[in-house]
Design a binder for this molecule. Structure first.
Ligand SMILES: C[S@@+](CC[C@H](N)C(=O)[O-])C[C@H]1O[C@@H](n2cnc3c(N)ncnc32)[C@H](O)[C@@H]1O
Length: 356
């Protein structure tokens, strides 16, 4: 061993076991994308047992490839296998999470999101060397589509039923008719879900990435909401409009180069009794508190996406996806907000309420 250090065989074996699990997960992620793109999970949604030949026939794919895919899914626990019949099926839970893209727990978008960081990895290496970052707007398109697909189910499950009701007086205002801005709105799923739930209110979404705004406009049109929902290119530090009742930031404050300037701008754009809702990834107050599987996902994504995104913008603060509540409170109070509290949370998100 270099430096004469001795290796504990048991600890080494433990680490190698962990490595094999991680390598399997990385290899498996790409097969989930195949399952989604080729409609393989959907074709198995009813839970009936299928052979590789039947699945290949139904999806217009090649049987030998499908048998290998089904075997990989069975070993990973993403498809069930009946070893008496040699046929495959989706359990109710597998179908709920893999075959139904309207489900509040639809998972394949996560792998599409993460696939983008492998595609961008050579540019991230450069960004680490230069310190100049890599903008969200400069990423592979799988980041934009994957983020929307992965985050939307969480918003379907929580936004209208739990997060908005956790904010002081906001649901009453939305029901009567309020003016709402969704900043860093991406492809607009959060904006459209709120608009669907509150027909008397008006909504505008801003994002600095033009491609996402074009996709959001198309989604609004498809949902028949274009009359009450507008999507425009704009930055969090300078979007137009004043007297908003609610300004929402879904999972984007930490991606910004100058979140303090954004917070000050939100303060200026709100009514005196308005609300700033800030949804951020779940995190503890320190690295030691974050030694868990959820934070592992967030720190890795933040290394590859969020910190480079922030460093590419003016301000280059690089908050990261695991910013403590203490730091977020300082940002809000520094921008003039008198009240700041954690209104609610899930295993993946913290929902903060700031009031002028
Ligand atoms: C993680 S994505 C979240 C998108 C969306 N809010 C959602 O939850 O699906 C972060 C978003 O923030 C946007 N963004 C980053 N910095 C921004 C800025 N300074 N002004 C406006 N939008 C920004 C990005 O373009 C991206 O769409």
């Amino acid at each position: 061993m270099p430096g004469g250090r001795s290796v504990d065989q048991e600890k080494l074996n433990q680490f190698l076991g962990k490595f094999v699990g991680d390598l399997g997960a990385c290899a498996h992620g790409a097969t989930v994308l195949l399952g989604e793109r080729l409609g393989l999970y959907k074709a198995m949604a009813d839970g009936k047992e299928m052979s590789a030949a039947e699945l290949a026939h139904q999806t217009g794919t090649h049987e030998r490839n499908i048998l290998e895919w089904l075997s990989a899914q069975a070993v990973s626990g993403y498809v069930s296998y009946n070893d008496k019949t040699g046929r495959f099926f989706l359990s109710a839970e597998q179908a709920f999470t893999l075959a139904d893209d309207t489900s509040p727990a639809y998972l394949p978008g996560a792998f599409q999101l993460i696939s983008s960081v492998w595609k961008d990895e050579p540019r991230i290496v450069e960004a680490f060397r230069s310190g100049k970052g890599l903008g969200w707007d400069a990423r592979h398109t799988d980041l934009f589509a994957g983020t929307d697909k992965f985050f939307r189910p969480g918003y379907v499950a929580n936004l209208v039923s739990a997060w908005l009701p956790a904010l002081d007086g906001v649901v009453d205002k939305l029901t009567r008719g309020a003016s709402v801005a969704d900043i860093g709105c991406g492809q607009g799923s959060s904006t459209l879900l709120m608009a669907q739930a509150y027909p008397n209110s008006r909504f505008v979404g801003y994002d600095y990435h033009e491609g996402s705004i074009i996709a959001a406009r198309a989604a609004a049109k498809k949902a028949g909401l274009s009359a009450r929902v507008e999507f425009n290119v704009g930055t969090a530090q300078a979007y137009p409009g004043t007297d908003f009742d609610l300004v929402a930031f879904f999972d984007c404050l930490h991606d910004m180069g100058d979140p303090a300037a954004a917070a000050k701008h939100v303060h200026r754009s709100l009514k005196a009794d308005g609300t700033w809702m800030v949804v951020e990834p779940f995190a503890g107050e320190s690295l030691s508190e974050n030694m868990n599987p959820v934070s592992r996902v967030f720190y890795s994504a933040s290394t590859m996406i969020c910190v480079p995104a922030s460093l590419a913008q003016e301000g280059a603060l690089g908050l990261g996806a695991q910013t403590s509540e203490k730091k977020l409170r300082e940002l809000a109070t520094g921008a003039g907000f008198g009240k700041f509290r954690r209104a609610t949370e899930t295993h993946f998100n913290r929902v903060f309420e700031a009031r002028p």
